[in-house]
Design a binder for this molecule. Structure first.
Ligand SMILES: NC(=O)c1ccc[n+]([C@@H]2O[C@H](COP(=O)([O-])OP(=O)(O)OC[C@H]3O[C@@H](n4cnc5c(N)ncnc54)[C@H](OP(=O)(O)O)[C@@H]3O)[C@@H](O)[C@H]2O)c1
Length: 328
């Protein structure tokens, strides 16, 4: 018996059902991992809802921690019983166990628990991309972080603050603002659910002596796109890395010039760690940052694997601070 979550049609959380999906022995180059904790991510919502098309019926999930249970032929460098984490496809981490390419497994050090790893490996490597490849933090520089109390948002806030950046977080409730302040933000702006982001750029300019921010880390997408552009200093960068509120508008490139020589990037964690050596190097740096306290796993709630639908509903309700886990 191996239970996993599948969906036969795209739609709401109720499409997620627990099924029995027996696992074959791991194939050449594969490893069977028995999961101990599974991370829920917004990309899972995009796939389930149909925003990111997948072939149906489909398994779900990228992020999990677990233990190596069986090795396929040619799967080298890993031992039975070793603790590992996964952060990419083929999807299927919402499962008691899965077979996964050995080259895509990240060995876990003793300094991190399975639950912390399941909350950090996908979101933390995304953050690594944002602070190492997209923009190198400059102490004293002003930056804007949308959804700052979210899974990625809290990790990003703490890491940037630890590197001396002046960070303005954006969240939807005063309670979230307090959490983001505690992670090191210099200021937090609250835009309630259903509220307008129309005044956000003016607030950002007030906080930055009229200059604007060097970079806007924007994972909200549709609703915040204009406010992000308007908040940037000349030659600033809009790092648009998600679309929780909906798809992005089409962009007139000349408009970026008219607004002050702005840059626009759509970074993705998958090319960031596509090279197996880069995956391991980035994970080592992430775990070192975790051990040093620059990065921390905030777990908002745990659900049994069978309640993946409830976890999705909670994530989409915007009530979470940090990560959600599924426990098989
Ligand atoms: N490019 C990449 O490689 C990559 C990798 C990982 C994650 N991401 C993106 O990063 C973002 C964060 O992912 P996560 O898993 O950590 O999720 P999350 O941030 O925990 O949840 C999304 C947050 O977005 C905010 N939000 C604003 N408007 C929203 C709306 N209309 N609907 C839903 N949420 C809204 C909410 O915070 P407030 O209520 O405080 O506004 C909500 O809590 C997602 O957009 C995801 O796609 C991208």
């Amino acid at each position: 018996m191996n239970h996993r979550i599948e969906f036969k049609a795209t739609g709401g959380p109720e499409q997620l059902v627990l099924v029995d999906a027996p696992l074959p022995e791991p194939g050449p180059g594969e490893v069977r991992v028995r999961h101990t904790a599974i991370g829920v991510n917004y990309i899972d919502v995009y796939q389930r809802s149909g925003a990111y098309p997948v072939t149906l019926p489909a398994p779900l999930g990228f992020e999990a921690a677990g233990v190596v249970e069986a090795l396929g032929s040619g799967a080298t460098g890993l031992a039975l019983g070793q603790r590992v984490a996964t952060m990419d496809g083929p999807t299927g981490s919402y499962a008691e166990a899965r077979n996964h390419p050995a080259a895509r497994l990240v060995p876990l050090p003793d300094s991190i628990s399975d639950e912390e790893a399941a909350a950090l490996i996908f979101k933390g490597l995304t953050t690594h991309m944002l602070v190492r490849r997209v923009w190198t933090p400059v102490p004293g520089a002003w930056v804007l972080v949308h959804a700052a109390a979210g899974g990625v948002g809290l990790i990003l806030t703490r890491w940037l603050a630890a590197e001396g950046v002046n960070l303005i977080g954006v969240v939807s409730t005063p309670d979230k603002a307090a959490t983001v302040k505690a992670e090191g933000a210099k200021a937090v702006l609250v835009v309630p659910r259903g509220g307008s982001y129309g005044e956000l750029a003016a607030e950002v300019r007030r906080l930055t002596d009229g200059k604007g921010v060097r970079i806007s880390y924007d994972s909200v997408g549709k609703d915040t796109f204009e406010a992000s552009l308007d908040s940037l200093a000349p030659f600033g960068l809009l790092a648009s890395f998600g679309r929780a509120s909906g798809a992005l508008p089409l962009v007139d490139v000349a408009e970026l010039g008219r607004r002050g020589g702005l840059a626009l990037q759509r970074p993705s964690v998958f090319p960031h760690v596509a090279d197996p050596a880069e995956l391991q190097a980035a994970a080592r740096e992430l775990f070192a940052a975790h051990a040093a306290g620059k990065v921390r796993a905030t777990i908002h709630a745990r659900f049994p694997l069978s309640e993946a639908a409830q976890a999705h509903a909670l994530l989409e309700s915007r009530a979470t601070q940090g990560a959600l886990l599924l426990i098989p």
